[in-house]
Design a protein around this ligand. Sequence first.
Ligand code: NAD
Length: 297
Amino acid sequence: MKLLDGKATAEAIKKDLALEVSAIKSKGGKVPHLAAILIGNDGASETYVGSKVKTCHEIGFDSTLLRFDPSISESELLHQIREINRNPEIDGLIVQSPIPSHIAFSKVTETIDPAKDVDGFNPVNSGRMMQNLPAFVAATPKGIVSLLEHYKIETSGKHCVVIGRSNIVGMPMSILMARNSWPGNCTVTICHSKTVNLEKYTLSADIIIAALGKPGFLKASAVADGAVVVDVGITRIADPSRKSGFRLQGDVDFEQVAPKCSYITPVPGGVGPMTIIGLLQNTLLASKRSFQFANSN
Ligand code: NAD
């Protein structure tokens, strides 16, 4: 069994990104600038946004963190997003989820200018990705593809089972794995909360991508020998023995499953750092105005 080490891979890619930013700076070019909106003070969201902002600084990007009270109205939030859409200094915008239940996430994603939508959640970007047109690909699936590429994982003709069908992970992931490219060219099965007898599918999988948010869900009995397993899940589990009071657990029962795998991602240190890389790569693309969008602001 080999680890798909997202932390080490992300560090290597970060060095390349930092070199590119310093080359841009030395030529007097536009320094990539990411804006992040954080609503409320959920501990996990604070951590995720904090890591994104910290990584921006590490590689020389500019960043702006905008914090709003959870009582912010939907119309006020959409107004703030439109202001950022119009701000030429800011290249990319993300709104950290989860957001308060009185605000429709779909309205948020649709309001972000597709040209600044570095999370790739705007339907323009997800539609373009589906049609294999230049687009901002959602950061987590993009990071997973980069990780498979880094480890030269053979995907063509393989059976890939994606567990989870969310717009931000499972659905785009399944499209990427089915695309006519490498990594890709898999025969993809999408499993979800209504799938009956999930093991029937996972046991015939060469590659399993678990993105359901249920800690320790995927057991060894559901995994074939030699499978490649990518664990997207991150759940905070109370752990009084830790200073933080919690530990992170993935969707895979790592101890049992790892010995059966050819490759597996750890949690933490697997998909999480690669997600940040996907986001920063998108922000760099946005700063270079890499894609043309007909309806962009
Ligand atoms: P989500 O809640 O939006 O979607 C979960 C999906 O899992 C749904 O499509 C549902 O149908 C499916 N599901 C639920 N129970 C199931 C079951 N018993 N069997 C099969 N499928 C089932 O979640 P999400 O936003 O896609 O995130 C999934 C997990 O990935 C979460 O733990 C989240 O924290 C994590 N995540 C990690 C990163 C990262 O950077 N590592 C990024 C995004 C999300």
